[in-house]
Design a protein around this ligand. Structure first.
Ligand code: G1P
Length: 275
């Protein structure tokens, strides 16, 4: 079954400058946990215990976060503060954490291809930590793993977005096979509203079959001169099968200030205040 999950975390996070000048955007806190913590928890809850990070320069804090901090832990051992580390200790104990580095910012497709060394020849999950997702019951990745068991092919998460948002996403067209499932027939990365094949946008959760690596190796740079996972997925859809899934739950775009604040308010009200 699926054991591994890749986190492309090499991006600069320019929308959050100057906050991200000297720290990774994935370490910005949503209430009291860094953004990436939520994504990793979602992967672990889906049974994906082997976590791989595709990092870049200035991203060491992510590796340090998923490791012990002996000085700090010795300092607060036995005090009331120790329980504040319970959640992260639990995450660290449940998973393994590996890292490889993307040499240059050549796009999400290139980041995923860089992760091949951590994945090998097996299906795997991909989480874009900027998209903070809360499932209705199971987490979004767990919902997708269940679908993978049925379809045995690549699954992408989608949601309907308003017209003025379309050009921020990869957008699909497909044949409906259930009210929440489409067999993908077309995919366009960040189209203009008038060129979009639908209003069904891909969000940052994928289950990919490993043939994606060879496809990515042969995918030329697309939108913005970057190797796009969306282009590779279209090739995969034409050769075989890619399923798009309208997940059950909610998503916040924590790559934008507005989404980040909304997610913070949601987490504060629903998890922090009630804990
Ligand atoms: C990436 C993908 C895009 C997808 C989006 C989801 O874009 O390229 O297809 O819709 O993630 O968040 P990015 O937001 O990294 O520019």
């Amino acid at each position: 079954m699926i054991k591994k999950c890749l986190f492309p975390v090499a991006g600069y996070g320019t929308r959050f400058l100057p906050a991200t000048k000297a720290m990774p955007k994935e370490m910005l806190p949503i209430v009291n946990k860094p953004l990436v913590h939520y994504g990793v928890e979602e992967a672990l809850d889906a049974g994906l215990f082997e976590v791989g990070f595709v990092t870049g320069r200035n991203k060491r804090a992510i590796n340090d976060y998923f490791d012990a901090n002996y000085e700090l832990e010795k300092e607060i051992a036995g005090s009331g503060k120790e329980e504040l580390l319970t959640e992260i200790r639990d995450v660290i104990n449940r998973g393994t954490f590996s890292t490889t580095r993307q040499r240059a910012m050549l796009g999400l497709g290139n980041a995923i291809l860089t992760g091949e060394t951590l994945i090998g020849d097996e299906p795997f999950g991909v989480v874009l930590a900027d998209d903070l997702c809360f499932g209705e019951d199971d987490g979004v990745l767990a919902q997708m793993v269940e679908l993978y068991k049925q379809f045995r092919c690549t699954i992408v998460a989608i949601e309907e977005v308003p017209d003025d948002q379309i050009e921020k996403f990869g957008v699909i067209a497909g044949d409906m096979i259930r009210d929440d499932l489409y067999r993908v027939t077309d995919m366009v990365e960040k189209p203009k509203k008038e060129d979009a094949p639908s209003n069904l946008a891909i969000i940052g959760r994928y289950i990919l079959t490993p043939d994606i690596f060879d496809i990515l190796r042969n995918t030329p740079p697309g939108k913005n001169g970057e190797v796009q996972i969306t282009d590779a997925l279209l090739t995969q859809a034409k050769k075989g099968c890619v399923i798009a899934y309208k997940f059950k739950g909610r998503r916040y775009d924590c790559g934008s200030i507005e989404g980040f604040i909304d997610a913070t308010n949601y987490c504060f009200e629903n998890f922090y205040k009630s804990s």
